[in-house]
Design a protein around this ligand. Structure first.
Ligand SMILES: [Zn+2]
Length: 207
């Protein structure tokens, strides 16, 4: 089992290689690695990220087959199936770090801000289910004098949404609460910058 602090360091180092364009993804093409992995599932981290095509998690952390347990959903929201996936991975694989990874200019956040500014009746039930999960996190920071496309507002909204997902995972599951209290599980938030490729882990992250 890899402790959360060490897992976080691996992610930081991998993202550093990605940003420096010195990725080492040869593990993806190793037959020996395929065979080894068919016998065991031991990812060192669980990542809840956005489905956005510009944030492929294995690439931005320069990790290979078997390294990351990844859940991707638009807006990196936490619904019951995401909690269940994290519980499964934390209990069954032994990963001790969970990262909620948001990103700049997230379309799900923009859609929510636009919906709050100009409610539309045409939104499908499926899309509404995402907007309604994002809305409570960003409602408090939506000020009437700012337009939904204001950059500063979008940045704050992205972070507020990640923080809300982290809080939801920390407090929305008895299994995860127990693992946090007694078994070294750490849940942290982070943001990927589309422009630079850098992942910033939020303040107070001392895994
Ligand atoms: Zn997104």
């Amino acid at each position: 089992m890899i402790p959360a602090r060490e897992a976080l360091e691996r992610l930081r180092e991998g993202n550093g290689r990605f940003v420096a364009s010195i990725g080492s993804r040869d593990t993806l093409r190793s037959d020996a690695r395929h065979i080894e992995l068919s016998k065991d599932h031991k990812p060192f981290v669980i990542i809840l990220g956005c489905s956005d095509a510009r944030v492929p998690v294995e690439l931005v952390f320069d990790q290979g087959l078997g390294d990351l347990f990844v859940i991707r959903v638009a807006g990196n929201i936490v619904a019951p199936s995401q909690i269940g996936s994290v519980e499964f991975a934390a209990e069954r694989t032994g990963a001790r770090l969970v990262v909620v990874l948001g990103h700049s200019r997230c379309g799900a956040i923009l859609a929510t801000l636009e919906e709050m500014a100009r409610p539309s009746k045409e939104q499908s039930r499926g899309l509404r289910s995402i907007v309604e999960r994002v809305r409570p996190a960003i409602e408090p920071i939506l000020m009437s004098q700012i337009t939904p496309t204001d950059d500063a507002l979008i940045r704050r909204a992205v972070r507020a949404n990640v923080t809300a997902s982290v809080s939801h995972l920390r407090h929305g599951s008895e299994i995860l609460e127990r693992l946090i209290q007694t078994d070294g599980l750490v849940i942290v938030g982070a943001e990927y910058c589309l422009e630079t490729g850098v992942v910033e882990f939020f303040d107070g992250v001392q895994a």
